[in-house]
Design a protein around this ligand. Structure first.
Ligand code: PMP
Length: 368
């Protein structure tokens, strides 16, 4: 069946909020390259012995019934892992779902969300969908956070939320404990810390939750936990605020497969630590190797990825991107359309042989 694209489509689209029609959707093309270093995924799968045990537990469940209304097994495992009370935890179908719920209960026309940029683009998109205003604060020249600038912007706009991605995607910059405290104390906004990459570096902000009801932390299973395909994440905050956020979350957002697997893997998280340590070590090795390549500038990173700028005169970063994938089978991410990131690409730290393939490809592409 083909979709009729006659001009009358406007009769439907005119009902869409104008703020939404002005936005571009978040999309990513499906690629199946030999070496996939474009989405900051873990190169290491969940250990096989754990998978076998998980399948058995799924087979024992009753599939015809709804999962428990509250995903208490998953929430209990998060509480145990984070030492944060269950009433202050929400679990989601990826952490993205939870930032969506949080923004939904706060953002409306006239409300401002302060976003240091460049950063993960979803915050801007979802603020726009909610009809709110984004107050963007540029990172500093070296891509560090402009703490004073963020505070000034939040005060000037009486912002409702400051979203801080730390470590930041795609730059790898991270905030220290002191910087987060200064940001918190200098503003009256909700301080949302997206810590999707914190297992790889940067300050783990969970201790800041105590006595600071304006702090909210988001975490994911998609990166260090090696389970992007599972779709699981969690949010930590003051129980009274979490109760409000839960009003914007769909019932049964966590299916029983995710609930069982996430809880069990979290209880066995010690098994994942060697993989996380290996990825951190690979990030450092990759950084050293890239720092030695003439014509590129690589930025230090606390995440499982590295941002680099193609500075080689006469070499177009888009050509580097295309030849890496077409001639060497290595897919990275082109982030050159983010503010401040002209000519920049981002590479995820993969397994050693994947990183070697990337470096060899990059050297070959730059030397032609
Ligand atoms: N936060 C940040 C900063 C990210 O970069 C990503 C993945 N690109 C996510 C969250 C993903 O969240 P999830 O898979 O948990 O929905």
């Amino acid at each position: 069946m083909t979709v009729d694209t006659t001009p009358d489509i406007e009769s439907a689209l005119r009902h869409v909020k104008s703020a939404v029609r002005e936005l571009s959707a978040y999309t990513l093309r499906n690629h199946e390259p030999r070496v996939k270093l474009n989405q900051n995924e873990s190169p290491y799968d969940v250990p096989a012995e754990l998978k076998v045990a998980l399948w058995a537990s799924l087979a024992a469940r009753t599939w015809s019934r709804y999962p428990p209304f509250v995903a208490s097994d998953f929430i209990g495992a998060v509480a145990e892992a984070t030492s944060w009370p269950e009433a202050g935890i929400l679990v989601g179908n990826g952490s993205n779902e939870l930032i969506q719920a949080l923004l939904a209960i706060v953002v409306e026309r006239g409300r401002t969300v302060v976003i240091p940029e460049p950063t993960f683009t979803l915050y801007r998109l979802l603020t726009g969908v909610g009809g709110g205003t984004v107050e963007s604060v540029a990172l500093e020249e070296d891509l560090k956070f402009d703490v004073d600038g963020i505070i000034a912007a939040a005060r000037r706009t009486a912002a409702s939320i400051v979203v801080l991605c730390t470590p930041n995607n795609p730059t790898g910059s991270a905030l220290s404990r002191e910087e987060i405290e200064v940001l918190h104390d200098g503003t009256e906004a909700l301080i949302v810390l997206d810590q999707a990459y914190v297992e790889f570096g940067g300050y783990d902000a969970i201790p800041l939750l105590v006595d600071r009801p304006r702090v909210v932390i988001l975490r994911t299973f998609s990166k260090a936990m090696g389970m992007a395909g599972l779709r699981a994440g969690y949010l930590l905050g003051h129980p009274d605020l979490v109760r409000e956020i839960s009003k914007a979350k769909l019932p049964y957002n966590i299916n029983f497969v995710t609930e069982s697997i996430a809880a069990e893997v979290l209880r066995n998280r010690g098994l994942l630590q060697p993989q996380i340590d290996r990825i951190r070590a690979e990030r450092e090795r990759l950084f050293e190797r890239m720092a030695g390549i003439e014509g590129i500038r690589v930025f230090a990173s606390a995440g499982n990825f590295l941002l680099f700028r193609v500075e080689h005169p006469g070499v177009d970063h888009r050509v580097v991107f295309r030849r890496l994938v077409e001639e060497h089978g290595v897919l990275v991410r082109d982030v050159s359309d983010y503010p401040m990131l002209e000519r920049c690409l981002r590479v995820s730290a993969g397994a050693p042989e994947e990183n070697d393939a990337f470096v060899a490809g990059l050297v070959a592409v730059l030397s032609r």
